[in-house]
Design a protein around this ligand. Structure first.
Ligand code: GDP
Ligand code: MN
Length: 367
């Protein structure tokens, strides 16, 4: 009995994502259905939220300043009471930059989303872009994102990510997830955005009330709300960001990000009925994969273990095979992601990590 149930749950756990991936592969071959305009040059406000980014902020400002015509660019650095001189470095940089840079110092640290909303109130651009301080853009990333926003059906554009530093597992994880984000975007929209580059039509962002402050994945949630209202929210494969992966505290980092995504999907899934049809499938699948599917694996393993202890040889064989397959990297990457999701769900009961500890990032950075 334990054995059959365990097996059924395991089949479901692996079968649903494999089925979804097969569907996504078909989406990947679709056309974008977007009319880009490489000459579209709206005024852009880039918001850089910072908390103790002294090590990164100058290079990041330089990177942003080179990404767009200066007369159409406004930068808002919103600093959450850093204690390492981040704001001073940004102010000094602003003095001699020849770029419109505002540095806003908050009195205390209140979390990224609150800062983003404050900055949004100051931003004057038609397009608003979130740019995490610890990432870098490919030189043409912003221009390519803006070109897509020229299409009236597109409300928001985010990037694919290339990891710099961190354990090898991050590369495999990224390759797979980048492809999935792009496939979903081609189908219509993706519910997962990246703070390293998240570009929004200002009007669309304001229509959904800016960034939610009660959950962690502010960028993904805002993008999803925009998609729910009928504009596309896409991750584009030609918009590339480099992200520094923490060398220390990697697990804590992955778990915190998983916590934020779980919060986002738990909230977004309630609006599923409102989703435009092609987006409904994507949102339902991603909500299932983040909220439910990891628990099936855990339960299946527990049932098979119980069955094995009771002398079921087949159960022992299945568990043994499952363990052996950990030598195969994509499988291992998947299993590790499931463990992060389960740990994150449990941790969400204790803390939502709206204001989080900074991970130490020493990955070497290139542009
Ligand atoms: P991760 O990419 O998920 O690891 O998150 P980060 O720690 O890199 O934070 C994303 C961005 O938000 C970075 O630019 C941080 O400096 C910034 N940030 C984090 N917490 C706060 C905060 O409380 N206030 C402000 N203003 N910015 C923050
Ligand atoms: Mn980061």
């Amino acid at each position: 009995m334990f054995f059959e149930l365990g097996l059924a749950l395991a089949a479901l756990h692996f079968g649903v994502p494999l089925g979804y991936y097969a569907v996504a592969k078909r989406w990947l071959r679709k056309d974008w259905g977007i009319k880009e305009d490489g000459g579209y040059r709206p005024k852009v406000s880039v918001i850089i939220p910072t908390y103790n980014e002294a090590e990164h902020i100058a290079q990041r400002l330089e990177n942003v300043a080179q990404s767009y015509p200066r007369d159409k660019l406004e930068v808002v650095v919103i600093d959450g009471a850093s204690t390492d001189g981040t704001a001073e470095i940004a102010e000094k940089w602003a003095e001699k930059a020849g770029v419109d840079v505002k540095v806003v110092r908050e009195e205390r640290r209140e979390g990224k989303a609150k800062s983003l909303n404050r900055a949004l109130g100051l931003a004057t651009g038609e397009v608003v872009v979130i740019a995490d301080a610890d990432a870098l853009w490919a030189p043409d990333a912003l221009r390519r994102a803006v070109a897509k926003l020229a299409d009236p059906s597109v409300g928001a554009v985010s990037c694919v990510k290339r990891p710099i530093g961190g354990p090898g597992i991050e590369e495999g994880y990224r390759g797979f997830y980048n492809a999935l984000r792009v496939a979903e975007s081609k189908a219509w929209s993706t519910p997962i955005f990246h703070g390293e580059l998240a570009a929004f039509k200002r009007e669309a962002l304001e229509a959904v009330g800016g960034f939610p402050t009660d959950i962690g994945a502010d960028d993904s949630h805002a993008a999803t709300l925009i998609a729910l209202r009928g504009l596309r929210a896409i991750v584009a494969d030609d918009v590339l960001c480099m992200e520094t992966v923490p060398e220390e505290g990697y697990h804590a980092w992955r778990i915190r990000r998983a916590q934020h995504l779980i919060q986002h999907f738990a909230k977004a899934v309630r609006l599923l009925r409102k989703a435009p049809r092609p987006f409904r499938v994507v949102l339902a699948a991603e909500a299932y994969l983040h909220l439910v599917n990891p628990w099936l694996l855990l339960t299946a393993v527990a049932l098979l273990l119980a069955s094995a202890f009771m002398g079921n040889i087949l159960a022992t064989a299945f568990l043994g095979t499952g363990a052996l397959m950990l030598l195969y990297k994509p499988y291992r990457t998947w299993i590790v992601a499931q463990i992060y999701l389960v740990a994150a769900s449990v941790r969400n009961l204790r803390t939502k990590e709206i204001v989080w500890n900074k991970q130490i990032k020493r990955g070497r950075r290139r542009c």
